[in-house]
Design a protein around this ligand. Structure first.
Ligand code: PLP
Length: 396
């Protein structure tokens, strides 16, 4: 018999975290690595949120368990924030507070899927989705949208992938890894298609506030209100409030789904850290000034990285409209020789970049899209320019 179960043994290491840890290890060894790997804002959590947590720490009652599904005050604040930011009216009983958006995604799929149920997964996709689907017994069905369609799937493509086992559509706008943002008409068309075909939609809105050039990312159940009964929204404080390490996210879903997912969480992890939930109350009930400031910096870096990448012969980088990632095609670099090495895949190219230029980016293989690289531009402006300049020299 095998030591590790097939179910868990089949899970791949998170490629994004792997690249980041390799880059950090090289950095710790004194090498001047520029890291485009990590998907986290380089800003500190705003002071008023930190202060709320510090104060909460001093109150002994906050050292105790909370209800497994989250503090009632936080659920209420999340419901209010959701209405304020997207126009989606929900009850606190439709909210489950989770250990980051990641746990929200795992629990949502575990709650919705039976073995063999298919999930339509637009690719390039965030690396965690297929693992969460498979662990829940589901089958990810990939639908690829490349740079010629701005990395956005069409209803025709979705319809082609649909079978009588399809239960859920995954929707993520703004997208990690491509930065693509579906506009209102595109969102509505996809939502109507899901509704007409009795599908559930899991919509991951974690980058909702990071859009550029006036792009808007409307919330799917607001654009198609009839979807509310078969829609699961995932969100969290990580990206909007620079709170990746605090581990607070949530699920918004119909009450029966939230109740079942809460039962699961009550046995798996119980409540999210009490004081982190109190920090999250301060975050979601405060204003959006801090994310506005971050967005200005991200927008500036976005313009810089896109134009610098496109100056490299063999690289094609469409302009991302959201999140903080650039996702160029590097197919034009494959098969060519740089510094004595001839990469034939984007994974080999990423290795070459790290070895020869000490620049870390995540290969498209991690996102179901070989031939591409993901660059997070959530790093300092100077580092960004230094890193891409090194690549321009390497690939000259
Ligand atoms: N969804 C997407 C698309 C993400 O990129 C991330 C983080 O990288 C998450 C969800 C989950 O974030 P967290 O678990 O830190 O809240």
């Amino acid at each position: 018999s095998r030591r590790i179960s097939a179910r868990v043994g089949g899970i791949a290491e998170s490629a994004t975290l792997a690249v980041d840890s390799k880059a950090k290890a090289l950095k710790a060894a004194g090498r001047p690595v520029v890291g485009f790997g990590a998907g986290e804002p380089d800003f500190p959590t705003p002071d008023y949120i930190v202060e709320a947590a510090v104060e909460a720490c001093r109150v002994p009652a906050n050292h105790r368990y909370t209800p497994a599904g989250g503090l009632p005050e936080l659920k209420k604040a999340i419901a209010e924030k959701t209405l304020r930011d997207t126009g989606y009216a929900v009850e606190p009983a439709q909210v489950l507070v989770t250990n980051g958006g990641k746990q929200a995604i795992y629990e949502a799929f575990a709650t919705l899927l039976d073995p063999g149920d298919e999930v339509i997964l637009p690719a390039p996709y965030w690396t965690t989705y297929p693992e969460a689907i498979r662990l829940a017994g589901g089958v990810p069905v990939e639908v690829l949208a490349d740079e010629t369609q701005d990395y956005k799937v069409t209803v025709d493509q979705l319809e082609e992938a649909r079978t009588d086992r399809t239960k859920v559509l995954l929707f993520n706008s703004p997208s990690n890894p491509t930065g693509a943002v579906y506009d209102r008409a595109e969102t509505e068309a996809i939502g109507r298609w899901a509704l007409d075909n009795d599908l559930w939609v899991l919509t991951d809105e974690i980058y909702e506030h990071l859009t550029y050039d006036g792009a808007e990312a409307p919330s799917l159940p607001v654009v198609v209100p009839e979807l509310a009964d078969t829609c699961v929204v995932v969100n969290g404080v990580a990206k909007t409030y620079a709170m990746t390490g605090w581990r607070v996210g949530w699920v918004i879903a119909p009450q029966d789904v939230v109740k079942a997912a809460t039962n699961l969480q009550s046995h798996a992890t119980s409540n999210v850290t009490n004081v982190a939930q109190r920090a999250a109350i301060a975050a979601v009930s405060g204003d959006l000034a801090a994310v506005g400031t971050m967005k200005e910096a991200f927008d500036r870096r976005r313009r810089t990285i896109v134009s610098m990448l496109n100056e490299i012969d063999g690289v094609v980088c469409p302009e991302p409209k959201g999140a903080f990632y650039a996702f160029p095609s590097v197919k034009g670099l494959l098969g060519r020789t740089f510094d004595g090495v001839t990469p034939t895949t984007s994974a080999e190219l990423a290795e070459l970049m790290l070895d020869k230029a000490e620049v870390a980016a995540v290969p498209g293989e991690a996102f179901g899209a070989p031939g591409y690289l993901r660059f997070s531009y959530a790093l300092g402006d100077e580092d960004l320019v230094e890193g891409i300049t090194r690549l321009q020299k390497l690939f000259a």
